[in-house]
Write a protein that binds this ligand. Structure first.
Ligand code: AKG
Ligand code: FE2
Length: 322
């Protein structure tokens, strides 16, 4: 088995997302954006203009920051649904349809691994014009960058164009890439959690289609099943047009489109991690997440059956390291 356990080589799983658009089919009259009552302590995500030296300091320490007045997507500032419909071309796009406001990612490839897995969203293909008509009919109208070089990130792997309806939620998850998230139209509220919150967010096992997603519903946490949620603490911030949020790799994030505008358009820039020259101890929380993913994958591959992983790990640790 030639898999490196060395942290920092977080095995990106060749996931090539197509432009993602999200249409929620349920009419929600209630404004749930401010209606939830998390008992989780949040501090503000720092927010600085792009010329402020604290921006680069935070990014090089792998801490999140909202950069205001960035020109990362300056040429896209005039994008609207009408503009995109006219200029985006005739091709088809992936559109995710959800019966609720939630759009929880799942991996098609891992679907067989879990018996009777019911995908929470449905993937449709349609032209931009059709998508636009759809979201307009469902919307209640009342209601290669400097950073990549400076921080020796790897290559830009993809840009995701996100067009969605107000009120939509991308539930809490982490990604295995550095992310510069640029908001173009409307605004989004981000909840971020440091990678050291792994135990508090109970991610699905790596073989599960919801790998990298938390099992916890932050809007209605089951404290009995997930007691450590009580220890959760994070960051909160709203990004609006012209803002760019840096989401460091392995940072948990939940994203809600604010119901302040009928159109919500964002573009993200995903970069591979840079290579780590020298491993220093103690390892960072990010490195530990990378390492635990690799160990989990090795066990699964070697044991050949997910149900053997827990007894094996318990046998290895309990009474010996405890
Ligand atoms: O904007 C969203 O709904 C999700 C964005 C996200 O998770 C990402 O860019 O990694
Ligand atoms: Fe994400």
């Amino acid at each position: 088995m030639a898999r490196s356990l060395v942290p920092g080589s977080g095995e990106f799983e060749n996931w090539k997302p197509a432009p993602k658009m999200a249409a929620s089919y349920e009419n929600e009259s209630e404004n749930r954006f401010n209606g939830n009552s998390f008992s989780i302590p949040f501090q503000e995500i720092p927010r600085f203009p792009k010329s402020d030296k604290r921006v680069n300091e935070l990014i090089s320490c792998k801490e999140p920051v909202i950069v205001t007045g960035s020109d990362l997507v300056g040429s896209a500032s005039h994008w609207s649904l009408d503009y995109l419909a006219e200029n985006i071309g005739d091709g088809t796009f992936n559109v995710y349809k959800s019966a609720s406001r939630k759009f929880k990612y799942y991996s098609d490839k891992k679907m067989q691994a879990v018996h009777e897995f019911a995908p929470p969203t449905q993937l449709l293909e349609m032209r931009f014009q059709e998508f636009m008509k759809l979201i307009r009919s469902k919307t209640n109208t009342n209601s290669e960058s400097e950073q990549q070089q400076g921080n020796s990130w790897g290559q830009l792997t993809s840009n995701l164009l996100l067009v969605g309806m107000p009120g939509n939620v991308t539930p809490v998850h982490y990604d295995e890439q550095e992310n510069l998230f640029a908001q173009i139209r409307g605004s989004k509220r981000f909840l971020l959690f440091h990678p050291d919150q792994f135990e508090n967010l109970y991610p699905y096992p790596v073989h599960h289609p919801h790998d990298r997603q938390s099992q916890v519903d932050l809007e209605n946490p089951d404290y009995e099943q997930f007691p450590n949620v009580r220890n959760l603490h994070g960051y909160e911030g709203v990004v609006g047009p012209g803002d760019v949020l840096y989401i460091p790799m392995y940072w948990w994030h939940q994203v809600e489109s604010c119901p302040d505008s009928e159109e919500n358009i964002s573009v993200n820039f995903w970069y591979m991690a840079g290579s780590v020259e020298k491993i220093e101890h103690p390892l960072s929380a990010q490195q530990k997440v990378a390492m635990s993913r690799n160990i989990e994958k090795m066990c699964l591959e070697a044991l050949g059956d997910p149900s053997e992983v827990a007894p094996f790990m318990k046998m290895l640790v309990l009474g010996r390291y405890t």
